[in-house]
Design a protein around this ligand. Structure first.
Ligand SMILES: CC(C)(COP(=O)(O)OP(=O)(O)OC[C@H]1O[C@@H](n2cnc3c(N)ncnc32)[C@H](O)[C@@H]1OP(=O)(O)O)[C@@H](O)C(=O)NCCC(=O)NCCS
Length: 143
């Protein structure tokens, strides 16, 4: 399963938006605003593929000189619980480390806490709401 960095504005980026809409927004009755998508322009965009089809994606945003925030983590519903999420996370952590990242953090949906805990992340905040559902901040030191 090739995992690679994709370019903003490319065909792969269009696939990424479609996957994010389907997995992250549609179940909540939401979509993306132009303002949401404008955030992606200066970020590291990552996709996992089978043939030419995107199975999973995530985004890295530089949050501090030595810290990255993981955003928009999504695995195609048909492919969930097959190790795809863990693989794309390992790739993203390597990219962050290579770029000088010492910490990775994310705003994790409450329903995904167990996934991130399996990968060594810890909860570092109380519960808060984003896109209308409960989240917590999670964090891990990249070694
Ligand atoms: C959460 C998500 C990214 C996980 O990806 P995935 O490919 O399904 O996860 P993996 O198969 O790589 O799972 C890795 C491990 O985490 C566990 N796991 C996966 N999802 C989990 C969840 N929601 N809760 C608890 N554990 C979970 C798996 O059982 C597996 O454990 P194992 O190593 O003991 O077998 C994916 O299910 C998804 O896109 N969900 C909907 C969108 C979402 O919630 N995104 C995250 C927003 S913060």
């Amino acid at each position: 399963m090739p995992i690679k960095i994709i370019d903003h504005g490319s065909g792969a980026y269009e696939q990424m938006i479609a996957l994010r809409k389907e997995v992250l927004r549609k179940p909540l009755g939401l979509t993306y605003t132009q303002e949401d998508l404008d955030r992606d322009k200066h970020d590291i965009l990552i996709g996992a593929f089978e043939e030419e089809s995107m199975l999973a994606c995530c985004i890295l945003t530089k949050a501090a000189p030595d810290a990255f925030q993981l955003r928009q983590m999504a695995v195609d519903e048909k492919m969930q619980r097959n190790g795809v999420g863990a693989s794309i996370m390992a790739f993203a952590e390597n990219i962050a480390r290579d770029a000088g990242g010492k910490t990775m953090m994310m705003h994790a949906r409450k329903t995904a806490i167990g996934f991130y805990e399996k990968l060594g992340y810890s909860i570092v905040s109380g519960e808060f709401s984003e896109v209308g559902i409960p989240h917590v901040e999670m964090r891990k030191t990249l070694i």
